[in-house]
Design a binder for this molecule. Sequence first.
Ligand code: HUF
Length: 684
Amino acid sequence: TVLSGEEGAVFQSRLPFGKMTPNEEACFPDISRSGILGHRVFLNIRNNLLHMWVENPKLQLSFRSALKALPPPFDSEPNLVRRVHSFLERHGFINFGIFKRLVPIPAKKLGKVIVIGAGISGLAVAQQLQQFGMDVIVLEARDRVGGRIATFRKNSYIADLGAMVVTGVYGNPMTILSKQIGMDLVPIHQTCPLYGPDGKPVPKEKDDVIELEFNRLLESASYLSHRLDFNYAGDCPVSLGDALEWVISMQEMQAMNKRAQHMQDIIAAQKKIIEHRKRIKAVKQTIDALRTEHISMVKKRCPKGVESDTSYARQEYNIRHTQVKLEDTVKQFKELHDENKRMVSKLHELEQNKPSDVYLNTRDRLILDWHFANLEFANATRLNNLSLKHWDQDDDFEFIGHHTTVRNGYSCVPVALTENLDIRVNSAVKEIKYGPNGIEIVAENMKTSNSVMTYKADLAVCTLTLGVLKVAVAEEESQQKNTVKFDPPLPDWKRQAIRRLGFGNLNKVVLCFDRIFWDPNANLFGHVGSTTASRGEMFLFWSISSSPVLLALVAGMAANIVESVTDDVIIGRCMSVLKNIFGNTSVPQPKETVVTRWRSDPWARGSYSYVSVGSSGSDYDLLAAPVIPPPASGQRSSKDAEGLPRLFFAGEHTIRNYPATVHGAYLSGLREAGRIADYYLGYP
Ligand code: HUF
């Protein structure tokens, strides 16, 4: 219920319902200072407007229609309503995406922008700036839009080669886009049966136990980092992988200690039994002696009246006394004998319940490795590359609600976002020159080789992937021929952040069959690899299409290795994994196949960013920060132009709270459009 109505709309917009954000306070200093009543009026207007937009995102929420729909008394302050409306529009809280316009975009353009890259972030920033009245051109090196959103379509087969999952519904801008665009969102059934290296199903109970252990290991690693501040080994920052292996070796040591303790317990129990048996033997000897004595006494017994009464009484007393002693000793013997039995059975029990001398046996370790592979998939890199302290710094910003896939292919989103934009595909940017008076972009036409175009504009938005930026910086430093050259070179703080933050890899193998031979009710199934090193190789299969298509994931170390192997070999590997699970005769030859190679892709150079060892969340902020050109030497620039940023950055690697995602990239585009408008169009 919290997630519906006005409160739901505010939650969907990632804003606090009853509070102004720091950004709002900065943009509305008068309200911020005005006390509780002023705050209430502001929040009521803001929340009402958000509600109107979220309820009907297919239609522009114009200032006029908003004012008309506002309940009294909030409609009595049109000036404030106008300011709140402009604020929400500029910062991408309302009127974003694809919707029917009520107010036409002004014909007179307010400045010229080049957007580099037609991925989701480039398209978002271009759409926003165009509706703010700027003149926008998008330059894209590929022959298509979408970048790392890429859908394979052939006959009835559909498969996403890049982004595939909309991770969470509430707060996700993709939820609004899905209402505007025909996105066929289908929730994923998260249950994932596992098959062992031998192809046999891993029992659910076993899988649950190992998953619990996996979570415990992660908790221990987090404890090491956040409670014990074990984040450096000497001068070197520690990786998540190091910490996990360290905790595992501690567990192994503990297992060995437990086993040693157990052996000692057995030896102690055996010693006790030996001592006990000695006592039994002694008691037995006492019994024998007493019995002999008693028999001899009885044999020598004189009848009454032969001796004196006193002697007779002593004789009878001695016989009786010996008999009692004998009976007591026999009783003691029996007790000792019973105790011996108890001790022996305890020893047997101990011997039979030997603790394992290893923390995990080979099979269990491989199942644990499967979970590590899954984590390597989520982070697009080996665990040894992830910063122990910061790898999950964005966890608190995960959206709630189910995860969905886009059944009609994710590319429907970037394609829809091209509406009314001037996009030049096949235009590979080679040079980005920026100065106090504007920018100049040199782009090569990929279709007609050697044909070069120069574009001039007031500013540029660079959405080149972090992988491409890394290559550009490395080439610049080694003075190699540049893929993309920045002129002047990017400032040192930017270059260092580019170097520090990680850019990972993840690959997919698409297999299109003529029939389904797997469980049609499961969206996922896992395959446990036969070695730790190969744990990421086809470790997970997805079945999310309405046609018989399987998607195999190649993550971690295997993601890079696979890129140097031919398609035939990779498909062959997939087929042998599937035949191992479903049987030779059940698995037909695929009709179509695709293998991705995101690291080798010159326009991506990897899959998505991660917080590498030595990096932190603040590197995302540095990557987002615009660049102000150094003052031009010898060139004249107007006073106003000096100190004005000309180079802006968007993309999944520039958004600290939502990195490595489509929604993050999209939000980074909205953010930059707001920032550019604030600089170039003034405050609303
Ligand atoms: O690469 P982009 O799409 O980056 P983005 O906008 O930050 O979105 O756009 C950059 C553009 C491209 O179009 C390039 O061709 C172009 O710049 N370009 C140039 C150029 N060099 C490059 N243009 C002109 N001149 C030049 N010189 C790979 C991947 C990603 C995800 C998943 C799986 C795989 C295999 C599943 C997944 C997911 C998500 C998911 C990440 C997003 C990415 C976003 C970036 N996923 N995200 N759910 N991603 O695991 O939300 O399931 O794809 O963050 O698309």
